[in-house]
Each structure stands twice: as C-alpha cells, then as structure tokens.
Design a protein around this ligand. Structure first.
Ligand SMILES: Cc1cc2nc3c(=O)[nH]c(=O)nc-3n(C[C@H](O)[C@H](O)[C@H](O)COP(=O)(O)OP(=O)(O)OC[C@H]3O[C@@H](n4cnc5c(N)ncnc54)[C@H](O)[C@@H]3O)c2cc1C
Ligand code: SF4
Length: 328
C-alpha cells in the first residue's frame, strides 16, 4: 500500500471540503475501496472517513416514499420492516449480494459507487482503460465471460456489480448529492452511472468532491415486484444476469411493467423499450417473450459471454411469469 493521510470529519460541511482536495477519496464501509488500495488499483493521497456523519437515518417522506441515509448499512436496509413490506425487490436484491458480514459493513452510498469486478481492472500487470486510460482493454480479446452485452464500447465492456442499484433503478429512486461547493442536488439513480464510451475511467456522472448524502425512494409502484439473480454459486457471487421487475395488471391487461437488468452493462440497464411495449398487453407468455426479445435486441456479445443474451431473455420471461402467476 502507498502512504496516505486520514481524517474523520463529524459534519457534512467539513467532509465535502476535505473531499474536494486533490487526491482525496471518501471512505464509508471500506469493503471495496480498501481491497482496491491493497492491489494498488486505487491510490488515494487522503482518505476522508465519512462513517461518523449523521447519515444513518431512514425516514418516510411526506409523499409516502422512503429516504435512506447514505450510511445506512446494506443489512439494516434489507431487514427494515418498511422496505421488506413495501419494496420487497430492494430487500431481495440486497440479501442476494455479498455475505452477512459484508452487508453489515457496506453502506448504501458505497454500494452504489463500488467499482467493477472485471478481473483485468484488478490486475495492474494488464492493460485496462478504466484503470489506466489509453492502455487498452484486455477483456475485449481476453476472457470476457462476465462482461457486458449491452451498451459496451471499444474501450470497455465492464459491468456494474451492484444488485441494489438495479432494484433502485426499477423503483425510480433518486440520489441526493452535496457538491464540493456546498450546493445540494438530486439525480435519478438511472443517471448516476454512465456507459463507458471513450472514457471508461469515469463510472458515474458525479463531479470530483461530490458526497452522496442519501437515496429517496418514491412511493412503491402498484402491482407485484421482485428481484431475481442468476449466478454461478447460490451465494457470495456477482450476477451473471439479474432482473428487477414490476408488473401491475388491471382487468386482464398490463397497466405498467418495469424492467431493470444487472450483470449486462456498465450501468444498471433500464429496458425502456420492453417496458413501453408491455403497456396495455395481455400478460401472457407471448407478451413476456416479446418483452425479453425487445430488451435484448441490441445485445452484442464477445467470445465467452454469448450465453448472457439468451440467459437474460429467459430470466425476463420467467420473472414476469412469476409476477403474473403464470409460472416462472
Ligand atoms: C467478496 C465480496 C462479494 C461481494 N458480492 C456482492 C454482490 O454479490 N452484490 C453486490 O451488489 N455487491 C457485492 N459486493 C460489494 C459490496 O456490496 C460493496 O463492497 C459495498 O457495498 C461497498 O460499500 P462500502 O460502504 O464498503 O464502500 P467503500 O468501499 O467505503 O466505498 C466504495 C466507493 O464509494 C465511495 N463512497 C463511499 N461513500 C460515499 C459517499 N457517501 N459519497 C460519495 N462517495 C462515497 C468511496 O470513495 C469508494 O469509491 C461484494 C464485495 C465483496 C468484497
Ligand atoms: S472491460 Fe473495462 S475494466 Fe475490464 S479490462 Fe476492459 S477497460 Fe478494463
């Protein structure tokens, strides 16, 4: 590890000021950042420990939603009675991630901002445009079984690893941010992460020094919701493919369907065309097959991840079937 300085501010103003210094990183649970420092991928000159900031509260909003403080642990969020009852897909996504110990330590903001698990990103002996811009992408011609099939570029085909972010995308959550200059703003969680394009070193649309202070969930959508994760092992594994889905039906027709996919792109992938196609249709197998086909119509696979295209399509069909009660 390289030398770095450390401070632990008690208030937001001091934290954002400290975080705006050149080479400063915020650290919350440390479960991702410390691993990356140990393998010399992240090289902070100054660590700003935000774990003592007053951001651990969860509170219902006046409109019937839920505000989640940035430091609420993944375990507390997953087991919160309100979340389990009204946002079950979020609880499922969290409980399908990492391990019990990690979920106790990991925070809401840290989970959103965790970095890709692309093995070449972690291996400093290999070219990687995300870690060393301009060095090349080892995954394009390398072993790319875990990589993106949607929204990738010639510069990077990494996927975003967070399960929670996929559920939050389907729930249309908003992220609260306090900027380095002190102003606060909100952005849709679907606008937090970005596609790699020619600048894969940037995972998100945040600006240097931005501190995430919380996430706001709107009131839960009508209908049934779930999160399904397909992975190599039953626990302690990142998604090959995951689907967060909402299905609301009235009088035998779909009033609203929501679909967000994980494990397939550089960001949680909102399958907007498939959502639009589903509105007003009879919720049967043919409709779900059509939604799966539309969601994956622009997929582009590499040598080892072609299976993800069919796996995603089938997971969409069976997840919607489960929500419709027609099998899954
Ligand atoms: C073995 C293992 C298995 C895992 N499996 C899964 C899995 O299956 N699914 C899954 O979703 N995740 C999984 N994870 C990832 C885990 O969920 C993340 O490591 C964790 O959520 C990160 O939270 P943290 O608070 O520890 O973040 P930290 O490591 O503290 O920070 C992560 C990043 O967020 C930034 N940051 C933290 N807080 C803020 C803030 N308030 N504002 C701005 N920036 C901030 C930091 O600067 C850093 O860049 C796994 C991790 C491990 C080690
Ligand atoms: S896919 Fe992205 S993170 Fe992985 S090696 Fe290529 S540039 Fe690096």
């Amino acid at each position: 590890m390289r030398p770095f300085s450390y401070e632990r501010p008690d208030d937001l103003a001091s934290a954002v000021q400290a975080g705006s210094q050149q080479g400063a990183y915020f650290i919350a649970g440390g479960t991702n950042l410390l691993d990356l420092m140990k393998v010399d991928v992240e090289r902070p000159r100054h660590l700003v420990d935000v774990s003592r900031l007053p951001l651990r509260e969860m509170e219902e909003t006046p409109g019937g939603g839920l505000r989640i403080g940035a430091l609420v642990s993944n375990a507390d969020l997953a087991t919160n009675e309100h979340v389990r009852r009204r946002y079950p897909m979020l609880a499922l996504a969290l409980l399908n991630g990492a391990s019990a110990q990690l979920r106790n330590q990991a925070t809401t903001a840290g989970n959103l901002l965790q970095r890709t698990r692309c093995s070449y990103f972690y291996d400093v002996s290999k070219p990687c445009n995300k870690r060393a811009p301009g060095s090349g992408c080892s995954a394009l011609e390398g072993y790319n079984r875990m990589h993106a099939v949607l929204g990738g570029s010639d510069a990077c085909i990494a996927v975003h690893p967070s399960d929670m972010a996929v559920a939050m995308t389907a729930l249309r959550a908003e992220v609260e941010v306090q900027g380095a200059e002190g102003a606060t703003r909100k952005l849709a969680v679907s606008e937090l992460h970005r596609l790699p394009g020619t600048t894969p070193e940037r995972d998100t649309t945040l600006l240097p020094g931005d501190l995430i202070t919380g996430v706001v969930l709107p009131p839960p959508p009508a209908g049934r919701q779930t999160y399904r994760k397909v992975r190599d092992r039953a626990s302690y594994a990142f998604a090959l493919v995951s689907v967060a889905a909402v299905l609301d039906t009235v009088d035998g027709r779909v009033r609203e369907a929501r679909l967000a996919l994980g494990g397939v792109a550089h960001k949680p992938w909102q399958a907007a065309d498939a959502e639009a196609m589903m509105a007003g249709v009879v919720p049967d197998k043919d409709a779900f097959e059509a939604a799966g086909a539309i969601a994956m119509k622009d997929a582009a696979a590499g040598k080892h991840n072609r299976f993800k295209v069919e796996l995603s399509r089938r997971t969409i069909v069976s997840t919607l079937g489960e929500l419709a009660g027609t099998g899954g």
